[in-house]
Design a protein around this ligand. Structure first.
Ligand SMILES: [Mn+2]
Length: 401
């Protein structure tokens, strides 16, 4: 037994934290033993690391998210005053359908051809440049112990805890949806139980009591967040549910918790924009701090085939991109996760990973808009909708005499 191995056992565990089996079940406390360390570069001054040369294109060099500089420790985040930290949680041991979401974070980073950091990068819809407005970094990936859910979920909670306590907004690349339990718990630990609301885009409710025989599952995170008190049911807005799950008993439980659930049927009947307006209003009406949880399977498998439990009949790429930007701009967000991207089931064009990548960019644009005070409903830059600075139509037809 090596010294390292013994040392490892000192501060990790392969069981749930003390008191977990009492009701309500709660994850542990404190950030001691978090894995956000820089073991190769001990002693360096904290701050951002730049692993790429400035001239390198988005498809080349070392693929951090959008070629962002790297932060590895909470001290780095604080020293650089990082506003947004992108991080991965490469975990798929609590998925019930197709596996492969442990490859999600890498695919969401590497599918990119665009880059972003270090060059003009404003959004054509809004003319807001998140890369100019915000200090952003790639924080690497949370420590994962394959097959050890209890230990991994505590490690995820602590790892994300280091981001929120630094003052940065974590943008989390999943990973199966079970990771939202430790991730949103970390956010609630920081901002206060009952102070965080979640807008949850998903084909599925994820409010199961257990997924037979196991508490931790990608079908149960929302139930755990509600039962623990971290995110009360009334602070949930769900959008896009469809298909054949859950059963009536669980729907009744969700109603008892006063969750605000928008099924796909409502979207088809009233239109996505109408339902999005309701969701934005509900998000503004709920808790002080908003967390977006985006299960990529809320989109139709035509737009997002690379996922564990696809459900035909969903929303479009355009719908989700606009929705994320609107929430981040108009309501403001403190955290976001994008989960259930499973690269082995993606198509060769990596359209699911690319959609996740772009949803994150829209969140970044929305965060920058919110920071700049651009919070009017569904803001679009006049130029983007064919108008000039005076509001006149820019594109004219000049007929020959
Ligand atoms: Mn789902």
């Amino acid at each position: 037994m090596s010294h390292d191995h013994d040392h490892d056992n000192d501060h990790h565990h392969d069981k749930w934290p003390d008191g977990f089996w009492e009701q309500p079940r709660r994850l542990g406390e404190g950030l001691e033993g978090h894995g956000a360390t820089d073991d190769f570069n001990e002693g360096r001054a904290p701050g951002l690391l730049f692993p790429n040369r400035k001239a390198e294109g988005g498809f080349s060099g070392i693929q951090t998210f959008a070629k962002l500089p790297v932060a590895l420790t909470p001290e780095d985040l604080v020293a650089a005053k990082v506003d947004v930290a992108v991080l991965g949680v490469p975990w798929d041991s609590t998925a019930t359908g197709r596996s492969g979401t442990n490859h999600g974070p890498l695919a969401i980073r590497s599918c990119d051809y665009k880059g972003g950091y270090g060059r003009p990068h404003f959004s054509l819809d809004t003319h807001v440049d998140a890369f100019d407005e915000l200090v952003m970094a790639d924080y690497g990936d949370a420590p994962i112990s394959v097959g050890n859910t209890a230990r991994t979920f505590e490690d995820i909670r602590k790892f994300i805890g280091t981001v929120v306590t630094s003052g940065a907004i974590p943008i989390i690349l999943g990973g199966d949806h079970a990771i939202t339990w430790p991730a949103a718990t970390a956010v609630a630990d920081h901002y206060g139980y009952g102070k965080v609301g979640i807008v949850h885009f998903d084909a599925h409710a994820d409010t199961g009591n257990d997924m037979p025989g196991s508490l931790a599952s990608h079908g149960t995170p929302m139930r755990h967040l509600i039962n623990s008190g971290a995110v009360p049911g009334k602070n949930f807005v769900q959008v896009g549910l469809r298909g054949y799950w859950p059963e009536q008993e669980t729907l009744d439980w969700m109603d008892d918790q006063r969750m605000r659930t928008h099924f796909m049927a409502e979207i088809i009947r009233d239109g996505f924009d109408k339902v999005l307006e309701r969701a934005v209003d509900e998000a503004l009406d709920q808790a002080d701090h908003l967390y977006i949880s985006l299960d990529i399977d809320v989109c139709d498998p035509a737009y997002a085939p690379g996922t564990g439990t696809p459900e035909p009949g969903g929303i479009t790429s355009n719908d989700i991109l606009r929705a994320v930007r609107r929430l981040a701009a108009e309501v403001g967000i403190v955290a976001m996760d994008v989960v259930e991207v499973s690269p082995p089931y993606d198509d060769r064009g990596e359209i699911t990973a690319l959609l996740a990548n772009r949803a994150i960019r829209e969140a970044m644009t929305g965060i920058a808009m919110h920071r700049q005070g651009v919070t009017e409903p569904d803001f679009l830059h006049p130029y983007a909708i064919g108008l000039d600075a005076d509001g006149n139509r820019r594109n004219q037809v000049f007929r020959r005499a």
